[in-house]
Design a protein around this ligand. Sequence first.
Ligand code: SF4
Length: 384
Amino acid sequence: MTPPVSLLDLTREQLADLLAGWGQPCFRADQVWDWLYRKLAAEPGEMTNLPKELRERLAAETRCSPLERIYEQRSGDGQTLKWLFRLPDGLTIETVLMLYDDVTGAGRERRTVCISTQAGCAMGCVFCATGQAGLARNLTAGEIVAQVLAAARWLANSESANGESANQRISYQLSAISHLTNIVVMGMGEPMANYDRTWAALRTITDPDAFGLGARHITVSTVGLPQGIRKMATEPLQINLAVSLHAPNDALRSKLLPVNQRYPIAEVMLAIREYIAATNRRVTFEYAMMAGINDTPELAVELAALLRPLRSPTGGMMCHVNLIPLNPVAESPYQPSTPQAAARFQQILEQGGIPSTVRMRRGIDIDAGCGQLRRRVGDGTERR
Ligand code: SF4
């Protein structure tokens, strides 16, 4: 039997070709596109302005979403949700939705989804549950986009869960785009190792006729593959770059991130300098703080010295460091730094002229570290 066509893997032109091949007028592709990416339809039955026969054929021969949600966890404070999705071939991936209240009163409420780009990961970072399981395969562009749509749909449905009519629900779905405020490509996998599909997904997510989220609200995080950083510098989309550094010298970084043996820090920094020169955009460095491993004052001094040359031609600092106490993996020797160690480390960076923030760990009670839910639930046969 022919497998169903994954609608989210089609470009708009490919969707138009498919429907034209079925004898449909050309405006049908616009309607289906609109249902998929703006009205967040989960199945053809919801596409009420399509003829019944077309809805039935779409249901029989295509798939609106490649994701089956098989597990959900919510943190004790209700602000972080983690989903385990099963893909059509049975592999599983994780997606995390983080809800940030507006504590300033300045309208800065954020709803951020953290998405995966690969099932597993080949980078082997020693503190990461995904890295320890290895790579299964790259996700398709549709599987990447589907995670964003699932989060937006969840937000839309949670807004409308209080008894509104179906019409109101649709209007919530239409406005769900503004409900999902940020995307971080920091879930399972290394996005630069699945570059073309990741960028195909990001083009759809930012397309004003599709999901339409602004590129500046999206951050792609990499362990620092220089060729990917250089390629990203040529992209017209102004998506933010984050680099997982985790150590300021090769000896320590190679122990934590095996990929450092292939791409040592000097090579990564060269690509970052070229990126800054080409884009004039600031780069974020992620630094997972591990007690007694990479959080000493000496390493903070070394990190400040490494990053200090990252300046614009006018002298402005072109980087920011996110200090994130590690989400520990069960039975791992790598444990989070104490708040005192993190504060001391940050103080030294600030004294060295390097802007930094100590980030909250999200979802510590729900295995929110990358790959932990998948590891615990396995292939999802333990359904909720
Ligand atoms: S931390 Fe990221 S890059 Fe490293 S192994 Fe885990 S998923 Fe891969």
